[in-house]
Design a protein around this ligand. Structure first.
Ligand code: 0X9
Ligand code: ZN
Length: 425
């Protein structure tokens, strides 16, 4: 929202800003809000010293304002009717006024953390860190040797493997298959730990029920891939000190010494246009060029080598949404048949999650994301799920609920992966 709007209104609205991200857009879904954590001390937030980000609330009326704010480097976390809130580096925050934005409140990330920090891992021990994720994947593979192959699709900038579990009893190893394939991914953004849990929960569910007639049918006819942690470096950095850091990006050290590229802006689909920033220290930094990052390169090679992929789900958090292309263009999908398929799939999945289905760009326009790229280059029916919750750190109690409903949605996606176009008939 630009200065032309009624500023007095904005200040009163700022305090009524959404309790969760994208709150006003979620279609009335309301979750009980978490109890206020107790205030932390200077010593508790010492580890954030040197982090120049601010948590700001900025006047923003609609998706056009939101897109412009993303382009200005803000990482939109919460959306209210007339405002948005989220993180932004100080240099970019200082430019907001000159760009016509009204900042209605601001606090350093250290101040924000004092009010919002929750401890890890004690309180959230049920979440799987990288080591535990790898161990669980290895166990699932060892317990189900006839059905699975565990392999790395590539290494991160810090050298961690990006593991992928293949579930296909007929075809082992990494050799591509002619069977229709589905690809589930989690944790593009480090702090979105619940996404890893949902992907792991899906893998566990499919293997635990491999003899159920319905699941058996999918195992016998499809080629299923699950990569729960696309950005393990960011996820590990987020919890490294035992306290959360709100780390979104990967761990590349940029030329200006800032950390990270936003992996969900680094794909080659209208790269670094709307909703994305060229500033390295921005939360929405797209990187120096498309696919500059080893993590997105790994996904590119994986997808490029598998022409049998028909469906893709990229789990993000939070706000109870199911999003489909276009994300980077403010127009409906030109291909009407495909649009019908996307809409039908979204309807099918949200019947289980009760999330709100919508075109990505109706939330805000953001170029260079996984789904636009996978759909535009390979015709894969690709979705972003924004899981439920009202914070990036919703506690352990949410895991079972989120896994259970998203597993049902994923199984629905599997049920149409053999021929998505059946939904356009
Ligand atoms: O901005 C993103 O990358 C995703 N949201 S998140 O809060 N998890 O960061 C949304 C990507 C979907 N694209 C658009 N809404 N345009
Ligand atoms: Zn995300």
């Amino acid at each position: 929202m630009k200065i032309t709007l009624h500023a007095f209104l904005l200040f009163s609205l700022a305090s009524a800003a959404a309790a969760g991200p994208f709150e006003q857009l979620r279609g009335g879904l309301e979750l009980p809000s978490a109890p206020e954590p107790s205030l932390k001390t200077e010593a508790d937030i010492q580890y954030l010293q040197g982090d120049s980000r601010y948590w700001v609330t900025v006047a923003a009326d609609d998706k056009y304002d939101r897109t412009a704010l993303l382009s200005a480097g803000m990482d939109i976390v919460e959306i209210g009717k007339y405002t948005v809130s989220g993180f932004i580096a100080k240099v970019e925050m200082d430019q907001l006024a000159a760009k016509g934005f009204i900042v209605t409140s601001r606090q350093s990330i250290q101040e924000y953390a004092k009010k919002h920090l929750k401890d890890f891992p004690a309180a959230d021990a049920a979440y799987h860190n990288y080591k535990e994720t790898v161990e669980l994947l290895q166990k699932l593979a060892a317990d189900n040797p006839a059905e699975t192959t565990l392999f790395s699709i590539g290494k991160t900038i810090e050298g961690r493997d990006i593991w992928c579990l293949r579930i296909n009893p007929a075809e082992k190893g990494e050799t591509p298959s002619a069977r229709p394939a589905a690809f589930f991914m989690g944790n593009h953004h480090g702090r979105e730990h619940l996404t890893n849990e949902v992907a792991l929960g899906l893998a566990s569910h499919l293997l635990a029920r491999k003899n159920d007639p319905e699941i058996k049918k999918y195992l016998e006819t499809l080629d299923i891939y699950i990569a729960p942690m696309t950005n393990p470096d960011g996820a590990e950095y987020d919890i490294q000190t035992g306290k959360y850091r709100w780390q979104r990006k990967n761990m590349r050290i940029n030329p200006d010494k800032s950390i990270g590229v936003d992996l969900n802006r680094n794909y080659d689909s209208l790269w670094c246009q709307a909703g994305s920033s060229h500033y390295p220290n921005a939360e929405t930094y797209c990187g120096p060029y498309a696919f500059s990052e080893p993590e997105t390169q790994a996904v590119k090679s994986f997808v490029g080598a598998r022409k049998n992929l028909k469906t893709l789900m990229s789990y993000h958090s939070y706000s109870s949404l199911l999003l489909y292309p276009w994300a980077g263009k403010d127009v409906p999908l030109e291909n009407e048949k495909d649009r019908k398929v996307f809409e039908a799939m979204a309807k099918g999945m949200t019947a289980f999650t009760n999330y709100k289905p919508q075109q990505s760009s109706d939330l805000y326009v953001a170029t260079g994301d996984t789904t636009d790229w996978a759909y535009s280059t390979a015709g894969i029916f690709s979705f972003t799920t924004e899981l439920e919750g009202t914070t990036f750190y919703p506690g352990a109690a949410i895991i079972d609920k989120a896994v259970s409903k998203n597993v049902k949605a994923a199984v629905y996606l599997l049920s149409v992966t053999n021929d998505p176009y059946q939904l356009a008939k």
